[in-house]
Write a protein that binds this ligand. Structure first.
Ligand code: NAD
Ligand code: ZN
Length: 354
C-alpha cells in the first residue's frame, strides 16, 4: 500500500519508514524538520522527503495523492521548557491533526494510524488494600519536596499497589503535551465517525532505541541517561528511582505501526480504537539507568531526589489487546535492548539552538 508517513524524519518515524519499505509498501515521508527535534538548518541533504508542516493544507493535499492510509507521527514531544511552549504544542499536535484529517476527508483517504501515548492515562492504575481500585490525584508539591513520592489512597491515605493500565482506564492528561495527545485521539474518532473512516491509535509507552534524539527539553529519559554516560557523567535519576515504566523498543513500535496499517482498511467503517503499545515487562527508571550504566561501563547512576511537576509516579501498560487483536509480538527484550542502546552512535545529534 501507499502510506503517507508524517513525522517520518523523526526517531520513531524513521524506523517506521524502514519497516514499511521492508514489507514492500510505498512510503511518502512528510516532516517539517522542527528545530526542537532536529536543530537548526536540518533541511540540507534530505532527499525523498517532503519538508512541510502538517498545518499546511496545500502541502498535505499534495502529499495525500494516491495514498491508501496515513501514519501520523508528527508531533512536538516531551514536557517542553515551560508553559510558554503550550501554543506550539497545541498548534503542531492538534491543529496539525485537524488539518491532516480535513484533507484526508477531502481526498477520500479512509485509514489512519495515529501515534498515541500512555501519557493520556496520567497517574497509572492503583489498588488500595481497603478501597480496591482508586485514582490518586496529582501529587502535592509538599509531598514531593519531602521525598514522599508514592501516591496515597485518596480515601484513606494508605500505600497503594501499582497495576497495569488497560485501554478502558479513564484518561487523565496531566500536562500540555498529554492534553494534546488526548485531543488528537478525540479528533481522530470524530473524523472516523463523520467520514466513515477507520482510525487506530497506538498508545506507546516509553520508546527507546537507536536514533533517539539527544537530551533536549523535548526528549525522553533514556536519552538523558545515555547522553550523561557519553559525557562520562553519572545519569541523574529523579525521585528515588522507583518510578515504574514500560520501556518498549523502537523497532517493536515500528512493527506495531506496520501491522496496524496493514489491517486498518479492514476495520469497521466509522470506528476508532486505541491499543496500548508496551513491552509487557515493566521496569523502574532506576533499573533502566543502572542497566545503561553497566552496559556502557559506568559511572553508576545518582539518585537525586529531585522531581518534575508534570511527571507521574508509575504507569505501565497492559498491551494484551494489541497482541491478541493485531497479532503483534514485541521482540526486543529489556536487557538486550538497553545493551544495544548503551553502545555508540545510539543518539541523533540535535545541534545547538534546538
Ligand atoms: N518517544 C516516545 O517515547 C513516545 C511515546 C509516546 C508517543 N510518542 C509519539 O510518537 C510520535 C513520534 O515521536 P518521536 O519520539 O519520534 O519524536 P521526534 O521528535 O523524533 O519525531 C517527531 C517528528 O515530527 C515532526 N513534526 C513535528 N511537528 C510537525 C508538524 N507540525 N508538521 C510536520 N512535521 C512535524 C518533527 O520534525 C519530527 O521529525 C509523536 O507523535 C509522539 O507524540 C513518542
Ligand atoms: Zn484506601
Amino acid at each position: 500500500m501507499r502510506v503517507l508517513l508524517t513525522g517520518g524524519a523523526g526517531f520513531i518515524g524513521g524506523h517506521i519508514a524502514e519497516a514499511l519499505a521492508r514489507r514492500g509498501h510505498e512510503v511518502v515521508v512528510f516532516d517539517a524538520l522542527l528545530e526542537s527535534a532536529h536543530g537548526r538548518g536540518a533541511r540540507a541533504g534530505r532527499e525523498g522527503l517532503v519538508v512541510a508542516d502538517v498545518r499546511d493544507r496545500g502541502a498535505v493535499a499534495d502529499a495525500l495523492r494516491g495514498v491508501d492510509a496515513v501514519c501520523h507521527q508528527a508531533a512536538m514531544v516531551g514536557l517542553g521548557k515551560d508553559f510558554a511552549d503550550a501554543p506550539e504544542y497545541v498548534g503542531c499536535n492538534d491543529l496539525g491533526t485537524a488539518v491532516l484529517l480535513a484533507e484526508m476527508a477531502g481526498a477520500g483517504v479512509g485509514g489512519l494510524v495515529l501515534a498515541g501515548s500512555m501519557v493520556v492515562y496520567g497517574e497509572g492504575r492503583y489498588d488500595c488494600p481497603r478501597h480496591g481500585q482508586v485514582r490518586p490525584g496529582p501529587r502535592a508539591v509538599a509531598d514531593l519536596a519531602a521525598g514522599r513520592f508514592e501516591p496515597r489512597c485518596p480515601d484513606c491515605g494508605a500505600e497503594l499497589t501499582p497495576g497495569l493500565v488497560a485501554e478502558s482506564a479513564p484518561t487523565d492528561p496531566r500536562n500540555v503535551y498529554a492534553a494534546t495527545k488526548l485531543a488528537q485521539e478525540h479528533l481522530a474518532a470524530s473524523w472516523a465517525r463523520a467520514t466513515g473512516g477507520r482510525a487506530v491509535a497506538l498508545r506507546y509507552h516509553n520508546v527507546y532505541g537507536p536514533g533517539m534524539p539527544r537530551d533536549t527539553p523535548y526528549a525522553g529519559v533514556a536519552s538523558f541517561f545515555r547522553s550523561s554516560l557519553a559525557r562520562d557523567e553519572a545519569p541523574q535519576v529523579f525521585e528515588d528511582g522507583g518510578q515504574r515504566r514500560d520501556f518498549v523498543h523502537v523497532r517493536d513500535v515500528a512493527a506495531a505501526n506496520a501491522v496496524a496499517l496493514e489491517a486498518v482498511l479492514e476495520r469497521a467503517a466509522g470506528s476508532f480504537a486505541a491499543y496500548n503499545t508496551g513491552s509487557g515487562d515493566p521496569h523502574t527508571i532506576g533499573e533502566m539507568a543502572a542497566a545503561l550504566a553497566a552496559a556502557h561501563g559506568g559511572p553508576a547512576p545518582e539518585i537525586t531526589g529531585g522531581y518534575r511537576l508534570g511527571d507521574v509516579r508509575h504507569v505501565t501498560a497492559d498491551s494484551r489487546r494489541l497482541r491478541e487483536e493485531l497479532g503483534w509480538r514485541p521482540e526486543v527484550g529489556f536487557a538486550e535492548g538497553m545493551k544495544e542502546f548503551a553502545g555508540a552512535a545510539a543518539l541523533r545529534a540535535v545541534p545547538a539552538g534546538g
